[in-house]
Each structure stands twice: as C-alpha cells, then as structure tokens.
Design a protein around this ligand. Structure first.
Ligand code: SAM
Length: 211
C-alpha cells in the first residue's frame, strides 16, 4: 500500500514538472532542454513509447556500424547504441550543451565504454565528418534546433550513401514536429522518405540518403 502511495506521489511530481516545463517552453522557443530536466526524458513513459532498444530496432542499428546521435542529451540512446554496435563500431554523441555531454561522459566512465566519442557542437554547424555514418538519430531534438534545414543538410552530408536518419517525435513535447513538416524538410535536404513507424503518442520516421 505504501509502495503504491509512493509510486503515485512520484507520478504526480513527474506530471507537475512536465506541466511546468510545457508552460516554460511555450515562452522560450528554440532553447535547448536544460540538463536539470533530464528526468523528463528518462522515465517509464519514455521507455515505453520511445525506449532506446525500440528506436535502435526501428533504425536497424547493427554490430559494426558508425552511429551519429544528434542532440544526445544525457545519453539515453547513445549508450545502448554503443553496446549494440560493439567494439567494431562507434557512436558519436553530439550536443550543443556541455552539461548534457558531461552526463554522457560520467556514464561512459562508469560503464567502461570505449566506443563513444563526444562532440560539443550545434547541429548544422558542420562539425561532423562527411560520408562516415551508417545511422543518425534525432530523437525529440529537431524542434529545438533554430536552423532545422541546415541541421538536416549536415546529417545528410555526414551519412554514407544508403545511410538512414531516424527521427522520433513524442507528444506532449512542446517542440513536437509533425510528420508533414519532417517530410518537407527531409526532401529539401535530399533524403528519400522511408518508413513511418509507431503513431500516437510517438512516431519514428526513417529518412534514407539515396545510394
Ligand atoms: C529533449 S532532449 C533529447 C535528448 C535525447 N535525444 C533523448 O531522446 O533522450 C534535446 C537535446 O537536444 C540538444 N539540442 C538542442 N538544440 C541543439 C542544437 N542546435 N544542436 C545540437 N543539440 C541540440 C539539447 O541540448 C538536448 O540535449
């Protein structure tokens, strides 16, 4: 009974923080999600609708691949991706906020991970190597990026021919991007629109760089 009450209390705290965040976000568009709110990304709801293993499956991440995690946040996708690609692969975790990268760094050290490289940069600034990644991720990030077209152009350039950019959007993220808006941006950058997986409250759209 007390465990039930504790669980309910935790839910109320997460919901209240989420509502506060939504209100704050409406006033501060295009600002990156603060690292102090990482718990809004790592909770049972996100694990259920947009968990790392599900998103890695949807993007077809496999052993030996090079993966670019754009807007990696605290490393929710980065670390499972590193385990999946194994020692023959590599994950580059890019984020505009050093405080987010510091969280990833702490996890890398704690878990003795050797195949993750951190990149402190804004998406669209052109800091990634051309034609060197098999897969790229933008998970609840696109809406926070001021120049979305430049960001997609950079990812397109960074992918190998045949490579896939997997974009996931989750409601009620205040920066949620619709499938239609993503398709328009994707075609403008040169991508072919591939599969759309999932639906409400979270969907993934795979965009393919033509061979
Ligand atoms: C809502 S979090 C998502 C984190 C992670 N992808 C996940 O699903 O757990 C958005 C992340 O994108 C980063 N971000 C926002 N704008 C960015 C930009 N212009 N370039 C790179 N990263 C950015 C933020 O710092 C934040 O870590």
């Amino acid at each position: 009974m007390s465990a039930l009450r504790r669980g309910g209390g935790a839910l109320v705290v997460v919901a209240a923080a989420g509502i506060g965040f939504l209100i704050w976000r409406r006033q501060k568009r295009n600002l990156p999600c603060p690292s102090s709110l990482s718990f809004l990304l790592e909770n049972p709801f996100m694990s259920r609708v947009a968990g790392a293993e599900l998103l890695l499956d949807r993007a077809g991440v496999a052993e030996g691949m090079r993966v670019l995690d754009v807007g990696c946040g605290p490393g929710r996708i980065t670390l499972p991706a590193a385990r999946r690609v194994g020692p023959a692969g590599e994950v580059v975790a890019l984020d505009i906020q050093e405080s987010m990268l510091e969280r990833v760094r702490q996890r890398i050290d704690a878990q003795n991970v050797t195949n993750v490289r951190l990149l402190h940069a804004g998406a669209g600034e052109g800091q990634t190597e051309p034609e060197s990644f098999d897969r790229a991720f933008l998970v609840t990030v696109l809406g926070e990026i001021p120049d979305k077209a430049a960001a997609l152009r950079e990812v397109y350039r960074a992918l190998k021919p045949g490579g896939v950019l997997s974009i996931t959007e989750v409601l009620p993220d205040p920066d949620f991007q619709t499938p239609g808006a993503i398709q328009d941006l994707a075609r403008e950058a040169g991508f072919e629109v591939g599969e759309k997986l999932g639906g409400f409250p979270a969907f993934t759209m795979n965009l393919v760089k033509p061979v």
